[in-house]
Design a protein around this ligand. Structure first.
Ligand SMILES: Cc1cc2nc3c(=O)[nH]c(=O)nc-3n(C[C@H](O)[C@H](O)[C@H](O)COP(=O)(O)O)c2cc1C
Length: 206
C-alpha cells in the first residue's frame, strides 16, 4: 500500500516535470517568433500591396500582414479577371491577348491611391507570375506611386517559375525606392516558408 502510494507520487512528479519542461520550451519558441517580428517592425510602418487573380497571392499577403502587423492594400482592376479571362490555354482569352500585345496591358485600376502612403517606410509588393513576369495589373500601381525613401520588397506566387526578373522590371517602371531582391512562394506555401521569408526580411531590412 505504502509502496503503491510512493510510486503514485513519483509518477505524478514525473508528469508535472514533463509538463513544466514542455511549457518552458513552447514559451521560448514564442519568444523567438516574436523577436523576429519585432526586428522587422523596427523597419517602420509596413504596407503590403498585392494583386491576386485567384486568391493565392492574397492568402500569402494576409498571412504576411498578420505576422508583420502590416497594413494591406489590394490592387483591384476596374474589370476584374474572370476564369475565362485567365484561361492562358485559350489564344483568344483576355490574358493571352494582353500577353501577346503589350499595349493591352495598361490595366485600369479602381484606385492606386493608398491612404497615408507617406507614413510607410517599407512596402512589400506581391503578385502572381504570369508568363514569367509580374501580373501586369501591378504595373500601373507601381507607375502611379512615389517610392522615394521607401524600401520595396517584391514577392510573388507561382506554380513553378522563379521570381526571375519580375522585381527588376517593376523597379524599372517606378520612380525611386530602394528595391530589394524579391522572393517567390509556391501557390500554397507552408507556415515554415512564411517564417523563412520573415528571416530574410530581418537580414535585409534594418
Ligand atoms: C495567365 C497566367 C499565367 C501564368 N503563368 C505562370 C508562369 O509563367 N509560371 C508559373 O509558374 N505559374 C504561372 N501561372 C500560375 C500562377 O502564377 C499561380 O497560380 C499563382 O499562384 C496565382 O496567384 P493568384 O491566385 O494570386 O492569382 C500563371 C497563371 C495564369 C492565370
Amino acid at each position: 500500500m505504502n509502496k503503491k502510494f510512493i510510486l503514485g507520487i513519483v509518477i505524478l512528479l514525473i508528469i508535472v516535470i514533463i509538463v513544466v519542461v514542455c511549457l518552458f520550451f513552447s514559451n521560448n519558441a514564442n519568444v523567438k517568433e516574436n523577436d523576429t517580428v519585432n526586428n522587422i517592425s523596427e523597419a517602420g510602418n509596413i504596407l503590403i500591396v498585392y494583386f491576386s487573380a485567384t486568391g493565392n497571392t492574397k492568402d500569402v499577403a494576409e498571412r504576411l500582414a498578420q505576422n508583420l502587423d502590416a497594413d494591406l492594400f489590394e490592387i483591384v482592376p476596374v474589370n476584374p479577371y474572370t476564369d475565362d479571362d485567365l484561361d492562358w490555354t485559350d489564344d483568344n482569352s483576355r490574358v493571352s491577348r494582353e500577353h501577346d500585345n503589350e499595349s493591352l496591358r495598361d490595366v485600369e485600376l479602381e484606385t492606386t491611391e493608398v491612404a497615408n502612403w507617406d507614413s510607410y517606410d517599407t512596402v512589400l509588393i506581391g503578385y502572381p507570375i504570369w508568363w514569367g513576369i509580374a501580373a501586369w495589373p501591378v504595373d500601373n500601381f507601381v507607375k502611379d506611386n512615389d517610392f522615394n525613401g521607401k524600401t520595396v520588397i517584391p514577392f510573388c506566387t507561382s506554380s513553378s517559375s522563379g521570381i526571375g526578373e519580375s522585381g527588376e522590371l517593376l523597379e524599372s517602371y517606378s520612380n525611386g525606392g530602394d528595391w530589394l531582391e524579391g522572393v517567390r512562394f509556391s501557390s500554397n506555401p507552408s507556415d515554415s516558408d512564411i517564417k523563412e521569408f520573415m528571416d530574410i526580411l530581418n537580414k535585409d531590412v534594418e
